[in-house]
Design a binder for this molecule. Structure first.
Ligand code: ADP
Length: 325
Protein backbone atom coordinates (compact mmCIF):
# COMPACT_ATOMS: atom_id res chain seq x y z
CA UNK A 1 0.00 0.00 0.00
CA UNK A 2 1.21 3.50 -0.84
CA UNK A 3 -0.07 6.38 1.27
CA UNK A 4 0.35 10.06 0.50
CA UNK A 5 -0.08 12.24 3.54
CA UNK A 6 -0.35 16.02 3.27
CA UNK A 7 1.72 16.05 0.07
CA UNK A 8 2.09 19.48 -1.50
CA UNK A 9 4.47 21.02 -4.01
CA UNK A 10 5.29 24.69 -4.34
CA UNK A 11 7.91 26.03 -6.74
CA UNK A 12 9.34 29.37 -5.63
CA UNK A 13 11.89 31.80 -6.91
CA UNK A 14 12.86 35.30 -5.79
CA UNK A 15 9.68 36.97 -6.99
CA UNK A 16 6.93 34.38 -7.18
CA UNK A 17 5.79 31.10 -5.80
CA UNK A 18 3.53 28.68 -7.63
CA UNK A 19 1.46 25.98 -5.93
CA UNK A 20 1.51 22.92 -8.19
CA UNK A 21 -0.05 20.52 -5.69
CA UNK A 22 -2.35 21.53 -2.84
CA UNK A 23 -2.17 19.36 0.32
CA UNK A 24 -3.11 15.91 -0.91
CA UNK A 25 -4.02 12.68 0.85
CA UNK A 26 -4.29 9.47 -1.16
CA UNK A 27 -4.13 5.75 -0.45
CA UNK A 28 -3.22 3.37 -3.28
CA UNK A 29 -4.32 -0.13 -2.34
CA UNK A 30 -2.43 -3.28 -3.27
CA UNK A 31 -3.63 -4.92 -6.47
CA UNK A 32 -5.70 -2.02 -7.77
CA UNK A 33 -5.32 -0.26 -11.10
CA UNK A 34 -5.68 3.39 -10.21
CA UNK A 35 -6.24 5.93 -12.98
CA UNK A 36 -5.23 9.55 -12.50
CA UNK A 37 -7.00 11.76 -15.02
CA UNK A 38 -6.78 15.48 -15.61
CA UNK A 39 -5.99 17.94 -18.32
CA UNK A 40 -2.45 19.01 -19.07
CA UNK A 41 -0.94 21.03 -16.21
CA UNK A 42 -3.25 19.54 -13.55
CA UNK A 43 -0.28 18.20 -11.58
CA UNK A 44 -0.48 14.50 -12.49
CA UNK A 45 3.18 14.05 -13.43
CA UNK A 46 4.32 15.97 -10.37
CA UNK A 47 2.22 13.68 -8.19
CA UNK A 48 3.51 10.46 -9.78
CA UNK A 49 7.11 11.68 -9.59
CA UNK A 50 6.68 12.37 -5.89
CA UNK A 51 5.30 8.84 -5.44
CA UNK A 52 8.42 7.57 -7.22
CA UNK A 53 10.77 9.66 -5.09
CA UNK A 54 11.99 11.62 -8.14
CA UNK A 55 10.62 14.92 -6.78
CA UNK A 56 10.74 15.90 -3.13
CA UNK A 57 7.43 17.38 -1.92
CA UNK A 58 7.29 20.75 -0.16
CA UNK A 59 5.25 19.25 2.68
CA UNK A 60 4.15 15.77 3.62
CA UNK A 61 5.48 12.29 3.02
CA UNK A 62 4.89 9.15 0.99
CA UNK A 63 4.65 5.87 2.88
CA UNK A 64 5.44 2.73 0.87
CA UNK A 65 4.24 -0.30 2.80
CA UNK A 66 4.41 1.83 5.94
CA UNK A 67 7.96 3.12 5.36
CA UNK A 68 8.37 6.89 5.17
CA UNK A 69 10.10 7.68 1.88
CA UNK A 70 11.34 11.20 2.44
CA UNK A 71 12.89 10.64 5.84
CA UNK A 72 15.25 8.15 4.15
CA UNK A 73 18.71 9.05 2.87
CA UNK A 74 18.94 9.39 -0.94
CA UNK A 75 20.64 5.98 -1.34
CA UNK A 76 17.82 4.36 0.65
CA UNK A 77 15.21 6.18 -1.43
CA UNK A 78 16.94 4.72 -4.49
CA UNK A 79 16.74 1.25 -2.96
CA UNK A 80 13.05 1.71 -2.16
CA UNK A 81 12.50 2.71 -5.78
CA UNK A 82 13.38 -0.83 -6.85
CA UNK A 83 9.90 -1.75 -5.61
CA UNK A 84 8.43 0.87 -7.97
CA UNK A 85 8.72 0.51 -11.76
CA UNK A 86 7.83 3.31 -14.14
CA UNK A 87 6.94 3.62 -17.81
CA UNK A 88 6.79 6.82 -19.82
CA UNK A 89 5.04 8.32 -22.84
CA UNK A 90 8.29 8.36 -24.84
CA UNK A 91 9.51 4.99 -23.55
CA UNK A 92 12.90 6.11 -22.06
CA UNK A 93 14.90 3.39 -23.80
CA UNK A 94 18.62 3.42 -24.45
CA UNK A 95 18.91 3.76 -28.20
CA UNK A 96 22.45 2.44 -28.43
CA UNK A 97 21.41 -0.90 -26.92
CA UNK A 98 19.28 -3.70 -28.30
CA UNK A 99 16.18 -4.98 -26.53
CA UNK A 100 18.11 -7.67 -24.64
CA UNK A 101 20.66 -5.19 -23.29
CA UNK A 102 18.00 -2.60 -22.45
CA UNK A 103 16.38 -5.15 -20.14
CA UNK A 104 19.75 -6.40 -18.89
CA UNK A 105 20.73 -2.90 -17.81
CA UNK A 106 17.63 -2.63 -15.66
CA UNK A 107 18.43 -6.02 -14.13
CA UNK A 108 22.10 -5.41 -13.50
CA UNK A 109 21.38 -2.44 -11.29
CA UNK A 110 18.80 -4.50 -9.41
CA UNK A 111 19.26 -7.50 -7.20
CA UNK A 112 19.45 -10.42 -9.64
CA UNK A 113 22.13 -13.08 -9.41
CA UNK A 114 24.35 -13.11 -12.52
CA UNK A 115 23.44 -16.69 -13.47
CA UNK A 116 19.69 -15.87 -13.38
CA UNK A 117 19.85 -12.77 -15.57
CA UNK A 118 19.67 -14.45 -18.99
CA UNK A 119 16.59 -16.51 -18.03
CA UNK A 120 14.90 -13.48 -16.52
CA UNK A 121 15.45 -11.45 -19.73
CA UNK A 122 13.80 -14.16 -21.87
CA UNK A 123 11.00 -14.49 -19.33
CA UNK A 124 10.35 -10.74 -19.56
CA UNK A 125 10.52 -10.76 -23.37
CA UNK A 126 7.87 -13.49 -23.32
CA UNK A 127 5.71 -11.64 -20.78
CA UNK A 128 5.49 -8.53 -22.97
CA UNK A 129 5.19 -10.35 -26.31
CA UNK A 130 8.66 -9.57 -27.70
CA UNK A 131 10.00 -13.12 -27.98
CA UNK A 132 12.42 -13.29 -30.92
CA UNK A 133 13.01 -9.53 -30.98
CA UNK A 134 15.82 -9.43 -28.43
CA UNK A 135 18.43 -8.28 -30.99
CA UNK A 136 16.41 -5.35 -32.26
CA UNK A 137 17.43 -1.82 -31.41
CA UNK A 138 14.71 0.65 -30.36
CA UNK A 139 14.83 2.24 -33.84
CA UNK A 140 13.88 -1.19 -35.27
CA UNK A 141 10.81 -1.51 -33.04
CA UNK A 142 7.32 -0.05 -33.63
CA UNK A 143 5.85 2.38 -31.07
CA UNK A 144 3.86 -0.40 -29.42
CA UNK A 145 6.94 -2.66 -29.30
CA UNK A 146 8.99 0.15 -27.75
CA UNK A 147 6.42 0.49 -25.01
CA UNK A 148 6.42 -3.31 -24.52
CA UNK A 149 10.17 -3.05 -24.01
CA UNK A 150 9.63 -0.14 -21.61
CA UNK A 151 7.23 -2.36 -19.63
CA UNK A 152 9.74 -5.24 -19.59
CA UNK A 153 12.40 -2.90 -18.21
CA UNK A 154 10.06 -1.47 -15.61
CA UNK A 155 9.06 -4.95 -14.42
CA UNK A 156 12.59 -6.35 -14.50
CA UNK A 157 13.13 -6.35 -10.75
CA UNK A 158 9.62 -7.58 -9.94
CA UNK A 159 8.40 -4.27 -8.52
CA UNK A 160 5.29 -4.28 -6.40
CA UNK A 161 4.11 -1.04 -8.03
CA UNK A 162 4.08 0.06 -11.67
CA UNK A 163 3.63 3.76 -12.40
CA UNK A 164 2.61 4.69 -15.95
CA UNK A 165 2.91 8.30 -17.11
CA UNK A 166 0.81 8.82 -20.28
CA UNK A 167 2.03 5.39 -21.39
CA UNK A 168 -0.35 5.14 -24.36
CA UNK A 169 -0.57 8.80 -25.37
CA UNK A 170 2.05 8.55 -28.13
CA UNK A 171 0.38 5.48 -29.68
CA UNK A 172 -2.42 5.06 -32.20
CA UNK A 173 -5.75 3.80 -30.86
CA UNK A 174 -5.29 0.16 -31.86
CA UNK A 175 -1.76 -0.07 -30.43
CA UNK A 176 -2.89 1.77 -27.27
CA UNK A 177 -5.63 -0.87 -26.83
CA UNK A 178 -3.03 -3.63 -27.16
CA UNK A 179 -0.86 -2.03 -24.47
CA UNK A 180 -3.91 -1.64 -22.20
CA UNK A 181 -4.75 -5.33 -22.69
CA UNK A 182 -1.13 -6.26 -21.98
CA UNK A 183 -1.12 -4.25 -18.73
CA UNK A 184 -4.39 -5.93 -17.68
CA UNK A 185 -2.92 -9.37 -18.40
CA UNK A 186 0.29 -8.55 -16.52
CA UNK A 187 -1.68 -7.24 -13.54
CA UNK A 188 -3.72 -10.44 -13.54
CA UNK A 189 -0.61 -12.63 -13.68
CA UNK A 190 1.64 -10.70 -11.28
CA UNK A 191 -0.81 -8.77 -9.05
CA UNK A 192 1.38 -5.68 -9.57
CA UNK A 193 -0.38 -2.50 -8.39
CA UNK A 194 -0.71 -0.06 -11.29
CA UNK A 195 -1.03 3.73 -11.21
CA UNK A 196 -1.91 4.97 -14.68
CA UNK A 197 -1.84 8.66 -15.57
CA UNK A 198 -3.73 9.76 -18.64
CA UNK A 199 -5.70 12.64 -20.08
CA UNK A 200 -7.71 10.07 -22.11
CA UNK A 201 -10.92 8.90 -20.43
CA UNK A 202 -11.48 6.10 -22.94
CA UNK A 203 -8.19 4.46 -21.96
CA UNK A 204 -9.02 4.76 -18.27
CA UNK A 205 -12.43 3.13 -18.64
CA UNK A 206 -10.92 0.01 -20.18
CA UNK A 207 -8.08 -0.41 -17.72
CA UNK A 208 -8.68 1.05 -14.29
CA UNK A 209 -10.58 -0.25 -11.29
CA UNK A 210 -10.61 3.16 -9.58
CA UNK A 211 -10.13 6.72 -10.84
CA UNK A 212 -9.12 10.02 -9.35
CA UNK A 213 -9.65 13.26 -11.22
CA UNK A 214 -7.12 16.05 -10.76
CA UNK A 215 -7.69 19.70 -11.47
CA UNK A 216 -5.39 22.62 -10.67
CA UNK A 217 -3.26 20.57 -8.28
CA UNK A 218 -6.19 19.05 -6.39
CA UNK A 219 -8.02 15.73 -6.35
CA UNK A 220 -11.62 16.67 -7.15
CA UNK A 221 -13.07 13.16 -7.47
CA UNK A 222 -12.11 9.67 -6.29
CA UNK A 223 -14.43 6.82 -7.27
CA UNK A 224 -14.53 3.18 -8.36
CA UNK A 225 -14.55 3.08 -12.15
CA UNK A 226 -18.24 2.23 -12.66
CA UNK A 227 -19.41 4.90 -10.20
CA UNK A 228 -17.29 7.47 -12.01
CA UNK A 229 -19.25 6.81 -15.18
CA UNK A 230 -22.69 6.40 -13.58
CA UNK A 231 -22.59 8.84 -10.63
CA UNK A 232 -19.98 11.49 -11.43
CA UNK A 233 -20.19 14.15 -8.74
CA UNK A 234 -17.93 17.08 -9.62
CA UNK A 235 -19.10 19.20 -12.60
CA UNK A 236 -15.67 18.80 -14.22
CA UNK A 237 -15.95 15.02 -13.93
CA UNK A 238 -19.33 15.22 -15.65
CA UNK A 239 -17.73 17.17 -18.49
CA UNK A 240 -15.11 14.41 -18.85
CA UNK A 241 -17.80 11.71 -18.99
CA UNK A 242 -19.82 13.76 -21.48
CA UNK A 243 -16.75 14.00 -23.71
CA UNK A 244 -17.30 10.26 -24.33
CA UNK A 245 -21.10 10.34 -24.53
CA UNK A 246 -22.90 13.49 -25.70
CA UNK A 247 -21.87 17.12 -25.78
CA UNK A 248 -25.18 18.94 -25.66
CA UNK A 249 -25.82 22.14 -27.62
CA UNK A 250 -26.37 25.11 -25.28
CA UNK A 251 -29.95 25.84 -26.31
CA UNK A 252 -31.29 22.33 -25.56
CA UNK A 253 -32.75 21.26 -22.21
CA UNK A 254 -32.08 17.55 -21.94
CA UNK A 255 -32.39 14.81 -19.40
CA UNK A 256 -29.59 12.32 -19.09
CA UNK A 257 -30.69 8.75 -18.39
CA UNK A 258 -27.96 6.33 -17.33
CA UNK A 259 -28.77 2.64 -17.04
CA UNK A 260 -26.99 -0.67 -17.00
CA UNK A 261 -27.67 -4.19 -18.18
CA UNK A 262 -30.22 -4.88 -15.45
CA UNK A 263 -32.56 -2.34 -17.09
CA UNK A 264 -32.25 -3.59 -20.64
CA UNK A 265 -35.09 -5.65 -22.02
CA UNK A 266 -37.74 -3.72 -20.05
CA UNK A 267 -40.20 -1.35 -21.76
CA UNK A 268 -39.53 1.41 -19.23
CA UNK A 269 -39.72 4.42 -21.57
CA UNK A 270 -42.82 3.10 -23.26
CA UNK A 271 -44.49 2.48 -19.87
CA UNK A 272 -43.58 5.99 -18.73
CA UNK A 273 -45.06 7.58 -21.87
CA UNK A 274 -48.30 5.57 -21.58
CA UNK A 275 -48.74 6.07 -17.84
CA UNK A 276 -47.85 9.76 -17.52
CA UNK A 277 -48.84 10.98 -20.99
CA UNK A 278 -45.51 12.67 -21.64
CA UNK A 279 -43.83 13.35 -24.97
CA UNK A 280 -40.28 12.09 -25.36
CA UNK A 281 -37.85 13.26 -28.00
CA UNK A 282 -34.67 11.21 -28.21
CA UNK A 283 -31.65 13.43 -28.87
CA UNK A 284 -28.79 10.95 -28.63
CA UNK A 285 -27.92 7.52 -27.30
CA UNK A 286 -24.62 5.84 -26.60
CA UNK A 287 -23.31 2.74 -24.88
CA UNK A 288 -19.93 2.51 -23.16
CA UNK A 289 -18.18 -0.65 -22.04
CA UNK A 290 -16.76 0.01 -18.59
CA UNK A 291 -14.45 -2.89 -17.78
CA UNK A 292 -16.73 -5.85 -18.58
CA UNK A 293 -20.07 -4.08 -18.18
CA UNK A 294 -22.15 -2.13 -20.68
CA UNK A 295 -23.59 1.21 -19.55
CA UNK A 296 -26.27 2.99 -21.60
CA UNK A 297 -26.61 6.76 -21.90
CA UNK A 298 -29.79 8.23 -23.32
CA UNK A 299 -30.36 11.95 -23.84
CA UNK A 300 -33.97 13.02 -24.18
CA UNK A 301 -36.31 15.98 -24.04
CA UNK A 302 -39.41 15.22 -21.96
CA UNK A 303 -42.54 17.39 -21.95
CA UNK A 304 -45.89 16.99 -20.21
CA UNK A 305 -47.92 18.01 -17.17
CA UNK A 306 -46.77 14.99 -15.16
CA UNK A 307 -43.09 15.45 -15.95
CA UNK A 308 -42.00 15.19 -12.29
CA UNK A 309 -43.93 11.96 -11.75
CA UNK A 310 -42.60 10.55 -15.00
CA UNK A 311 -39.02 11.21 -13.93
CA UNK A 312 -39.68 9.73 -10.51
CA UNK A 313 -40.98 6.61 -12.28
CA UNK A 314 -37.66 6.30 -14.16
CA UNK A 315 -35.72 6.70 -10.92
CA UNK A 316 -37.89 4.02 -9.30
CA UNK A 317 -36.79 1.69 -12.10
CA UNK A 318 -33.19 2.32 -10.96
CA UNK A 319 -32.33 4.56 -13.89
CA UNK A 320 -30.06 7.49 -13.05
CA UNK A 321 -31.87 10.61 -14.23
CA UNK A 322 -30.49 14.13 -14.12
CA UNK A 323 -31.03 17.39 -15.88
CA UNK A 324 -28.12 17.91 -18.26
CA UNK A 325 -27.47 21.58 -17.54
P1 ADP B 1 0.37 17.30 -15.81
O1 ADP B 1 1.20 16.06 -15.70
O2 ADP B 1 -1.00 17.14 -15.24
O3 ADP B 1 0.34 17.85 -17.22
P2 ADP B 1 2.54 18.58 -14.36
O4 ADP B 1 2.63 17.93 -13.03
O5 ADP B 1 3.55 18.19 -15.41
O6 ADP B 1 1.05 18.45 -14.91
O7 ADP B 1 2.66 20.14 -14.18
C1 ADP B 1 1.79 20.89 -13.32
C2 ADP B 1 2.21 22.33 -13.33
O8 ADP B 1 3.49 22.43 -12.71
C3 ADP B 1 2.36 22.93 -14.71
O9 ADP B 1 1.80 24.22 -14.69
C4 ADP B 1 3.87 23.00 -14.90
O10 ADP B 1 4.21 24.09 -15.73
C5 ADP B 1 4.36 23.22 -13.50
N1 ADP B 1 5.71 22.70 -13.26
C6 ADP B 1 6.14 21.44 -13.44
N2 ADP B 1 7.44 21.31 -13.11
C7 ADP B 1 7.87 22.55 -12.71
C8 ADP B 1 9.12 23.10 -12.25
N3 ADP B 1 10.20 22.33 -12.13
N4 ADP B 1 9.14 24.42 -11.93
C9 ADP B 1 8.06 25.19 -12.03
N5 ADP B 1 6.85 24.73 -12.45
C10 ADP B 1 6.75 23.45 -12.80
Amino acid sequence: MIQLKNISKIYSNKNTSMTILHPTYLTINDGEILGIVGKSGAGKSTLIRIINGLIRPTTGDVFVDGVSMFSLKQKDINRMRHSIGMIFQHFNLLHSMNAYDNIKLALTIGYYRKEDINDRIYELLGLVGLTGKESRYPSQLSGGEKQRLGIARALANRPKYLLCDEATSALDQETANEIIQLLKDIQHKTQVTIVFISHQMDVIKDLCTRVIIMDNGEIIEDQPIKAMFTHPVHPKTKVLVHSLTYEKPNDVIAYELIYDQKNSGEAILSNMIKTYHVDVNILFAKTLKIQEEWIGYLYVEIHGDDLKKAIQYLKDQRIEVSLYA
